[in-house]
Design a protein around this ligand. Sequence first.
Ligand code: SAH
Length: 347
Amino acid sequence: MTNDFLSAIYYLEKNHDLSDEDFIRFIEHCESDDALFSAADRVRRNIYGDEVYLRGLIEFTSYCKNNCYYCGIRRDNKNAQRYRLSCDDILLCCKEGYSLGYRTFVLQGGEDVYYTDDMICSIVYKIKSLYPDCAVTLSIGERSKESYRLFWNAGASRYLLRHETADEEHYRKLHPKEMSLANRQKCLFNLKEIGYQVGSGFMVGSPYQTTDNLLSDIRFLQELDPDMIGIGTYITHKDTPFSNMTNGSLILALRLIALLRLMFPHALIPATTALGTIHPQGREKALKAGANVVMPNLSPVCVREKYSLYDNKRCTDEESAQCRECIEKKIESAGYRAVTAIGDVKR
Ligand code: SAH
């Protein structure tokens, strides 16, 4: 590796920013990967030590009104099996999760209007009443600022909403015309204004993505300054218009995780399920490249396969307890420690 790369890593670590040209060089070249990953790991260890935060993921609905071309639960996928969990089902997941040591519950789903604001508020409120020492994270897509405020008042304190791509032209290639990048970005700023810890992010290797698009993603994240950044590889789903497209690359995703760790030293960065799907050690590799969160599945096993965003999704057949055990082993084998902590961002 040239001194050039090394000094750019040093500069990024100190200043949390690089020129467009330097970011592009990192994104497109592999020579610097080892040095980049170890710098990212050093930075994460300085702030979060060897701790990995666990979040219990409850995928509570596979109905979606949107038609994103990449997603397996898109509205027009007639082969998708649809399900909805009741409030009691969700509370049962939380009960099991709490006893397994989870102190954050992430409620994720398609954009499903069946769950009115009142219903979401009541679910959040019940979870917070039963488990006041836990955080509730929502990941239910785009809603109005008023709705977000109601959820916040009911006790939700974190929200995950990936921007998916920050480039208008690229956004149009991934989404039908009734959806808009401007609205998605507006939602993210609304969530921040209300006070949520906000998570954004994007898929690496989504169809038609260019290096310039990734640069736009980096620049948008700088503008948003999120608390959490979710990076996963794009993985093709057979029942979508993108069924012939190729999957994203793990190494490129790891490179972006490392760059983002150096840019946002305090961020919560999950080693996502998509990375574990694309490669058996994908999540361990992500931890070693700067990730510090894992989100094991707490959904009832009977619905897991139905929340099929992409083909061959990992961890669809194990009970939550097994899943937790297996994840803990993976975390340890990578040289880190799974902790039972609410795991707020350390700003
Ligand atoms: N309805 C919610 C949750 C969406 S699912 C929302 O709009 O935020 C969570 C994430 O899965 C999406 O943000 C997207 O980045 C990712 N995803 C969807 N389809 C995917 C695919 N084919 N491969 C990899 N990730 C995918």
